[in-house]
Design a protein around this ligand. Structure first.
Ligand code: MTE
Length: 319
């Protein structure tokens, strides 16, 4: 295996400066050419607007709703109702417990079955890959949901740079394990570090991003700073936080939740209102901030972009 400590060799021709990238987008829009990747951003009004009353002054996003017209959750809701077991199993105390979490300096190692393994500093990642806003619904397996305006970049763009070999079939992600800074990670009940995985073709789907910000600000620790995965058509537990390692593998990687309870948390974890969790229904959900429940949508409403990935698969067996 080659030395991952070598900095990644990237031709300047592979890097699209932000200005160029934006003008290319405007050009495509003007031509009426809207790719799946630019669909959300293409609807954005020119001037940023304030999205929610409880958003701290100064935080802006380009749209007040997702593409289905769902209002964004407030900054306060998104940052004070969190699942991050390395800090606590209590959703409302993660923000306080993670307040002093150190996110700089930070490195992400990309390794395994790739031609060009590399260790990226966080600055390398934000410089190399244009940051885009993506407004996504997050549907937690516990049957609550939120609408979140992320900033990030496509996972595919990072994978292309490291060049997965033909043997690579899966992508494995790993969270930092630091029991000094993360009190919950001292719990013996979980097989730390938190790890997750995607099939390689899922990982290449344009919806998948590595998020580094939300509401126009750097990602706060409780939401997975400095870098986390967001896979909007899967239950929230697939969207692993605070990533330090990404590994390309030939075999399906183990995941923390399927290691603990394989009959409850499958590898695929696609949002599916027809397949109940063994202990509760998945047909409806509670949007944080709303009183009445909503119908859960197949693939969390992203079927048009992802259903093809699962053609011929029994989604009740591959939950
Ligand atoms: N990543 C790590 N490392 N540890 C966690 O406990 N919780 C997951 C996911 N990523 C979790 C994690 C779950 S269950 C959900 S629903 C989402 O993060 C919640 O993301 P949010 O708190 O930013 O809304």
């Amino acid at each position: 295996m080659s030395d991952p400590t070598k900095s990644v060799p990237i031709n300047s021709s592979e890097i699209t400066p932000k200005d160029l990238y934006l003008s290319r987008r405007d050009f495509l829009k003007a031509m009426g050419i809207v790719t799946a990747g630019s669909l959300l951003a293409a609807c954005a009004p020119k001037k940023p607007i304030q999205a929610a009353n409880s958003t701290p002054a100064g935080l802006t996003v380009s749209q007040a709703t997702d593409e289905l017209g769902n209002a964004l959750n407030s900054y306060d809701q998104i940052t004070h109702y969190n699942n991050f077991y390395e800090f606590s199993t209590g959703k409302e105390e993660v923000a306080t417990l993670s307040r002093d979490f150190k996110t700089s300096p930070w490195q992400v190692e990309v390794t395994g079955l790739v031609n060009k393994p590399a260790i990226f500093g966080l600055d390398d990642l934000t410089r190399l890959f244009p940051q885009e806003e993506r407004i996504y619904r997050l549907r937690c397996v516990e049957a609550w949901s939120m609408v979140i305006p992320w900033q990030g970049f496509s996972l595919a763009s990072l994978l292309k740079i490291v060049e997965p070999t033909s043997d690579a079939k899966y992508v494995r992600f790993e969270t930092l394990l630091d029991t000094q800074q993360m009190p919950g990670a001292n719990s013996p009940f979980y097989p730390w570090p938190y790890q997750e995985g995607l099939r390689l073709d899922e990982a290449y789907n344009d919806l998948v991003i590595l998020a580094t910000g939300l509401y126009g600000e750097a990602l706060p620790p409780q939401d997975g700073a400095p870098i986390r995965l967001v896979v909007p058509w899967k239950y929230g537990f697939k969207s692993i936080k605070t990533i330090v390692k990404i590994e390309l593998t030939a075999d399906q990687p183990a995941t923390l939740w399927s290691a603990i309870a394989p009959n409850e948390y499958g590898f695929y974890a696609n949002v599916n209102p027809q397949v109940d969790h063994p202990r509760w229904s998945q047909s409806t959900e509670r949007r944080i901030g709303e009183l009445s429940r909503r119908e859960t949508l197949m693939f969390n409403g992203y079927a048009g972009q992802v259903a093809d990935l699962y053609t011929g698969m029994d989604l009740a067996a591959n939950y």
